[in-house]
Design a protein around this ligand. Structure first.
Ligand code: SF4
Length: 334
């Protein structure tokens, strides 16, 4: 059966081998982050509904867990967009948890944590990883470019966003790891980092995770912070909570019947650097296989394509728009 909702397992330092579950249609998101590895959100969507039948998502997830028995450390609800937009996310997590003994995490942009029903849905997860890239409404608007129904022209909606995260921390007994994507010249300055740290202090996460936009950001000018910026962030956030700076990921392509299917499923959610893909292929192909021939075959597959960012080639499977120039477009405000 061709999988629709499940991808991976993907190996990472933070979560070990994690099976990804994507419960929403491609790039359905209430933000349009400048660093989004899935391209621009067109349109930006803030409708919470049951996009796919929960029983189909649960059945496919349990099927994949059986298939990769012993090779999965976490089940990650991550989505090619915002997973909390699926209104049955809580039910789906509970049903998966009731059938398997594996920890479940949800990677979310956190924009809906102000809503009690969304917080309640996530309470059952073992770890929740909300994003916080800005400590002020002005910077949040510039980096995350939220749906027009949010009003970040003043403090009200930003305060509500932070209050939602604080309230979630108060209610939630699992691991709360706040992710910050560090973008050069935007949120890696001392004042921007201190603003974020002030919010982290209020939220009181268990850990702060610093990420870099190294995977085909939607905007060419969204550059990863440099070593100095990362060190600054680690020092400033480190005064508030434990800081994790995970970097590399690995892709397990073993055990798939069809290599092109496996690659397209992964890169449609998680673009892969060309060298990473070559390494993953080298690990899984039979001895004596012709790697360049396999790469050519992949290139001919219409489900995947190559794009270039910062001089690095990435394989992606999304149909999103990746502008070739540094043009800036406030799509969310159209
Ligand atoms: S990075 Fe995440 S939250 Fe931001 S636009 Fe992409 S999918 Fe949405």
């Amino acid at each position: 059966m061709r999988k629709k909702f499940v991808f991976g397992p993907v190996a990472s330092r933070r979560l070990g081998r994690s099976l990804g579950v994507d419960p929403i249609p491609h790039k359905t998101c209430n933000l349009n982050c400048v660093y989004c590895q899935l391209g621009r959100s067109q349109p930006v969507v803030n409708e919470r509904k049951s996009y796919f039948p929960p029983e189909e998502i649960v059945a496919e997830t349990l099927d994949a867990i059986r298939q990769y028995k012993g090779k999965i450390d976490w089940i990650s609800f991550v989505g090619s967009g915002e997973p909390t937009l699926h209104s049955d996310i809580g039910k789906i997590i509970r049903e998966v948890q009731s059938s398997v003994d594996l920890p479940v995490c949800v990677i979310t942009n956190g924009a809906l944590l102000y809503r009690p029903e969304v917080r309640s849905d996530l309470l059952v997860a073992d770890a929740v990883l909300p994003s916080l890239d800005a400590g002020s409404p002005e910077l949040y608007r510039r980096i995350n470019r939220p749906h027009h129904s949010f009003n970040f022209n003043n403090n009200n909606d930003f305060d509500r966003l932070i209050r939602g995260a604080i309230e979630f921390r108060r209610e939630y007994k699992g691991a709360l790891w706040v992710e910050t994507m560090l973008i050069r010249g935007m949120n890696d300055t001392e004042s921007a980092l201190r603003d974020i740290a002030e919010k982290l202090e209020q939220i009181r996460p268990d850990q702060s995770h610093i990420l870099l936009p190294i995977r085909s950001p939607s905007e060419t000018w969204a550059l990863p912070s440099n070593d100095e910026g990362v060190m600054r962030a680690r020092a400033i956030f480190g005064s508030v909570c434990k800081v994790i700076y995970p970097h590399s990921v690995d892709f397990d392509l073993n055990g798939f019947d069809n290599l092109a299917d496996a690659v397209s499923r992964i890169v449609s959610r998680h673009p892969i650097e060309q060298t990473e893909l070559e390494r993953a292929l080298a690990r899984c192909l039979p001895v004596g296989s012709d790697l360049s021939r396999e790469m050519e075959k992949l290139q001919a597959d219409s489900r995947v394509r190559l794009i270039e960012r910062h001089g690095v080639r990435f394989w992606t499977g999304t149909s999103s728009d990746y502008p070739a120039t540094g043009e800036f477009e406030k799509i969310s405000e159209k």
